[in-house]
Design a binder for this molecule. Structure first.
Ligand SMILES: [Zn+2]
Ligand SMILES: [Zn+2]
Length: 260
């Protein structure tokens, strides 16, 4: 199991984290690689990203209070919509994605968990988050032939060292026993952070045409498209457009969290 040294102020292993705060995860793993699992359990236990309790990345108490995104939602983009019918934006266009859904609101413990996964090298939390994706997909009977993660721009992935959406997709694929296709959907543009591009128009412009897919194996396939966070849906729509152009018959977007 991959170990993580929390830099969170909630960490109970202050001694260990003080020593390792300036080290990145892979440095730590290399240095402790020869230690037994038992020793690692003692030195670097999993710490809840919500409350700091030792044992799990999201403890049972915090898990019971996660900000579930309940309906009514726009059936297309998943934005909370009192009427439960298509929102004005979706009603005004044809979308390549049949539906976008998110398990949680992007707030509280979920926001912290995604930030740790994305920015603090806590790759080991991906399976825990993917468990919620799998539960959601099973409960809603989402049927897919393939799972595809939203790719990062190659430069960003080189800097980060991994794609958090790929980690989520791989864990989900294992749980659903569905193949994951990671290298077929390519990202060539849209490098400007979506965090800094606020409006839907800006976001669409930022990612429009940023993705391409020419893999013939996508023909007539139902795709489950995975990302960590959905803000406006622009990235998922751009990915879905590329997957559709490769022949996909349906694209369902699923993310851990959504900005609402
Ligand atoms: Zn907790
Ligand atoms: Zn909508």
């Amino acid at each position: 199991m991959v170990r993580y040294i929390s830099t969170s102020p909630f960490s109970a292993v202050n001694c260990a984290s003080a020593v390792t705060r300036t080290l990145r995860g892979h440095d730590i793993l290399r240095r402790v690689g020869r230690l037994s699992a038992g020793v690692l359990d003692c030195l670097f236990p999993c710490v809840c990203v919500g409350c700091g309790k030792i044992g799990d990345y999201i403890c049972a108490h915090c898990a019971a209070h996660l900000p579930v995104l309940d309906g009514p939602l726009c059936p297309r983009c998943g934005q909370p919509q009192v009427s439960g019918i298509l929102c004005p934006s979706c009603a005004a266009k044809v979308s390549p994605v049949s539906s976008i859904r998110s398990v949680f609101r992007f707030e509280g413990v979920v926001r912290r968990a995604v930030h740790e996964l994305k920015y603090h090298n806590l790759r080991a939390i991906a399976p825990a988050l993917a468990t919620y994706l799998a539960e959601y997909a099973r409960q809603r009977e989402v049927v897919a032939d393939m799972i595809v993660p939203v790719p990062l721009h190659p430069q960003r992935q080189r800097r980060r060292g991994y794609n958090q959406s790929e980690l989520l997709a791989r864990a989900l694929a294992e749980s659903l026993a569905t193949p994951v296709f990671n290298n077929s959907l390519k990202r060539s543009g849209g490098q400007a952070s979506q965090v800094r591009t606020k409006s839907m128009t800006e976001r669409l412009r930022n990612v429009a045409g940023a993705f391409t897919c020419t893999d013939a194996s996508f023909s007539d396939k139902r795709i489950l498209l995975i990302d960590d966070v959905c803000t406006t849906g622009a990235t998922l729509e751009a990915c879905a457009a590329a997957l559709r152009s490769a022949g996909a018959s349906d694209v369902f977007g699923l993310t851990v969290a959504r900005e609402v």
